[in-house]
Design a protein around this ligand. Structure first.
Ligand code: AQP
Length: 354
């Protein structure tokens, strides 16, 4: 019989100002596949910033995941710095949260392998994101893309995270993480890993492409006009919003089924202005797209402009970004290394002299 180990939902954060009881531990990650787009900001990062007040937060630039698509050394290195700069500029505080890049903490790869060995192939075959991303070229898709959700489970479980803020698109992967945690617990030690809970936050859980309101806004969409990048200047933002797809209907109304583009622009407006969507819809119920888009462009520039300026300042000093990541990795290892040691012990990996 394995000893029972219960994971506490309460985590104590040790800061310069003393100890603080937090509501649990958050883990979330972002891929350095490209620079950050508005959907990443409204659907994820902005919430990460807010969660720092109540949770012990571990935020990760998941470069090992990005390696499934980015196969160029210089691009990878530049993206890691740019995404880190974006997180810092948006308000992730590296003193309060643990901020690092995944490849620098061995526990992710080690735990992923162990979890691969307790994950049935059938579970992975059901993952819709693999089907979408592999497309028709399934046979040529990298194996890493197929086992991506298992590495994601390892990311979360290495920190025994209790909560994971996710966009709608990631719900299935988080379900899998819970199943994988359960599969490990059933085999090796009941309750060893807490089953991480999803947190879907805010109205902007899914921001859609500016060119097609039925498709998610994405960093890797071939059309740059489909997204607002956090590095876009005021002219680029205004141009993209002016040219965003609209429809022939009168006024701006919320109707995802029949007016996906108008609904998406309303979602963005509401999220950026921190107002209920109904309020914004009521204000623009009789407006032409031109006035609505012009106001949305002004609002976007007002909110994103300061982030872009701060990102530029940070990116001019790569040494500062690297130092921040190095310090974060050290703090991440301090949490994850003991977990992987226990895992190795539980599965019976023999250590000479142990
Ligand atoms: N359009 C979106 N709306 C709301 N949330 C979004 N997220 C991404 N796009 C949107 C959320 O951002 C977080 C980090 O995402 P990721 O980098 O891990 O990968 P992703 O979800 O695949 O994001 P992209 O931009 O579409 O990247 P690529 O093009 O590289 O695949 C996640 O919490 C995600 O939900």
């Amino acid at each position: 019989m394995w000893p029972k180990k219960r994971a506490s939902k309460h985590v104590t954060r040790f800061s310069g100002t003393g100890e603080q009881a937090m509501q649990g531990r958050i883990f979330s990650g972002i891929q350095p596949t490209h620079g950050i787009q508005l959907g990443n900001y409204l659907g994820a990062i902005r919430n990460w910033v807010r969660l720092q007040d109540e949770y012990d937060c571990v935020y990760c630039v998941v470069d090992m995941h990005a390696l499934t698509t980015v196969h160029d050394r210089a691009t990878m290195a530049a993206n890691i710095r740019e995404v880190t700069a974006a997180l810092l500029a948006c308000g992730i505080d590296p003193k309060r949260s643990v901020l690092f890049n995944q490849s620098q903490v061995d526990a992710h790869a080690k735990l992923a392998w162990v979890l691969n060995c307790v994950t049935p192939l059938g579970w992975l075959n059901r993952m819709t994101q693999f089907k979408e991303k592999a497309g028709k070229n399934r046979e040529k898709a990298p194996a890493g893309l197929f086992v991506y959700p298992v590495l994601q489970a390892a990311d979360i479980l290495a920190y025994k995270a209790t909560h994971v803020p996710v966009g709608e698109d990631q719900k299935q992967h988080l379900e899998l993480s819970r199943d994988v945690a359960g599969s490990f617990n059933n085999r090796f030690a009941e309750d060893f890993f807490p089953l991480p809970e999803p947190m879907i936050l805010g109205d902007a859980a899914r921001v859609m492409s500016l060119r097609d309101g039925t498709k998610k806004m994405s960093k890797s969409d071939p059309s740059d006009m489909s997204r607002i990048n956090l590095t876009d200047d005021a002219d680029a933002i205004a141009n993209k919003i002016r040219k965003a797809k609209s429809d022939p209907h009168h006024g701006i109304t919320w109707d995802v089924e029949n007016r996906p583009e108008a609904s998406n622009l309303l979602t963005i407006f509401a999220a950026l202005s921190d107002r209920p969507r109904e309020d914004v819809a009521a204000e623009y119920a009789d407006a032409q797209f031109s006035r609505f888009k012009s106001d949305l462009a002004d609002l976007t520039v007002e909110k994103i402009g300061p982030v872009t300026a701060e990102m530029r300042r940070l990116m001019a000093d790569p040494g500062q970004i690297d130092a921040c990541l190095a310090e974060g990795a050290e703090r991440a290892r301090a949490i994850a290394d003991p977990v992987i040691e226990e895992v190795y012990d539980l599965v019976g990996f023999h250590r000479s002299g142990g």
